[in-house]
Each structure stands twice: as structure tokens, then as C-alpha cells.
Design a protein. Sequence first.
Length: 214
Amino acid sequence: MKIILLGPPGAGKGTLAKLLEERKGFSHISTGDLLRKEVKENTALGAKAKKFMEKGLLVPDSLVVEVLKKNLNPNGSFVLDGFPRNISQAKMLEENNIDADTAISLKVKDAIVISRLSGRRICSKCGKIYHLVNMPPKKEGVCDVCGGALFQREDDREEVIKKRLEVYRKESEELIGYYAERSKLKEVDANAEAEETYRKLIEVLGEDGKKRKN
Ligand code: AP5
């Protein structure tokens, strides 16, 4: 099964995708994580992407597609987190026969998004996502799973969060209509805490979500 998670920054795409990976065996592909890795490794692609990411803007399609193609196994079960971000990226999936079976639109209020993103902390070693209030680590600044140091993303500063939300409304929100027209869209209320939202997601995925491992 191939799933696309749609939703604004902070909707919980990464959190839910990681749960689907751990509990159901999906491969979690986050274009944001892949681009941040390129930036960290100081590659030529990373240096170009950084200029857009630090301002909260979308990275040009050609760069994102390049990084996606390197990391996606089109024949396996995957959950795409952060791709597509516009209609031309959605068409690229169709043209390459790697289109998803279902697109999930995560619905969440702006006020919740801002509080989630400003409290987000991520493990620098294994990528586990925490929140200072909603999902705190047992020991401050340290990952429960691997002991790695937690960090705050540079684009989780308030002014960049606002820009990312604006870009989402302008460039990505129309994907909801795009997948609805193709009868692939399902909606999940993502305002509740993570386990409750995950439960709703599995319910919406129906038999395909239930029958995999766990
Ligand atoms: P990307 O990394 O994809 O960021 P994003 O879409 O802005 O989404 P986030 O990762 O911020 O949020 P999320 O929905 O995953 O939330 P999370 O689960 O972490 O992209 C970053 C940048 O890369 C873009 O701005 C762009 O420049 C570039 N880029 C990436 N893909 C691109 C593409 N395809 N085209 C062009 N450019 C691209 O949760 C957030 C916080 O809330 C966490 O602290 C978590 O613990 C907490 N939380 C989550 N769910 C819940 C819940 N249900 N209850 C309580 N707390 C929760």
C-alpha cells in the first residue's frame, strides 16, 4: 500500500509516519528529512536547498525530485511525508507510476500547529520526534530510545513557521482537491493527541491498515 500524508506544518505527518513505520512496516519517506540530511552533509544539492528551507519556502521541484528518486523504492509499501507539495510534484508521481493508493488529509487548527512546532525537539541520532509538553523525553534534552542529543529545527522559529503556513495555504492546499477529484482522498481530524490521531488514521485506512504487522 502507498500512502501520502497531506497537511500543514505541524499536522503530525512525521509523527504518524514514524508510527506506521514502527507498527505496520511501511517505509517512511520524508522529503524534509532527506533534504536536511543533504544540508547537514554539505552536499551541492544541500547547499542549494538550504537557502529556501531557512526562509520557509519550497525547494525547487528538480532538487526535491532528485533526492526522492535516490531514496524511494517504488515497488514497496511506503508513506510519503512532505511530498507532493504542489500539483506538478503530484503529476510527477503519476507519470512515474509511483502514485499512491490513498492521500490522507490531516486537519488541524493553526493555533495547535504553532504550539506544536515551537515545542518540537528531534533526536540528532535516530530522528525520534518529541514535544516539550505533549511528548517530553524522560530526561531533558536526551532521546529515550538511543540517548542522542535533542535539537530544535532552524525553521521552527516563529517567523519561519508563519511563512511555512502561508506557503502551505498558497501552494500545497490545492492538493486536497486534486486527490478528492481522483477519489483517493480521506480526511483525519489531527487535533487530538498522537495516539488518538493514529487510531483514527488506522480506522480510515480500513482493512489495508489493519492487516499489516501488529
Ligand atoms: P518538512 O520537514 O516536510 O516540514 P513540514 O511539512 O513543514 O512539516 P513538519 O515536519 O514541520 O511537521 P509534521 O506535520 O511532520 O509534524 P510532526 O509530526 O513533526 O519540510 C521542511 C522544509 O523542507 C520545507 O519548508 C521546504 O523548504 C522543504 N521541503 C520538504 N519537502 C518538500 C517538497 N516536497 N517540495 C519542496 N520543498 C520541500 O509534529 C510536530 C510537533 O508536534 C512534534 O513536536 C510532535 O511531537 C508534536 N505532535 C505531532 N502530532 C501531535 C499530536 N497529535 N498531539 C500532540 N502533539 C503532536
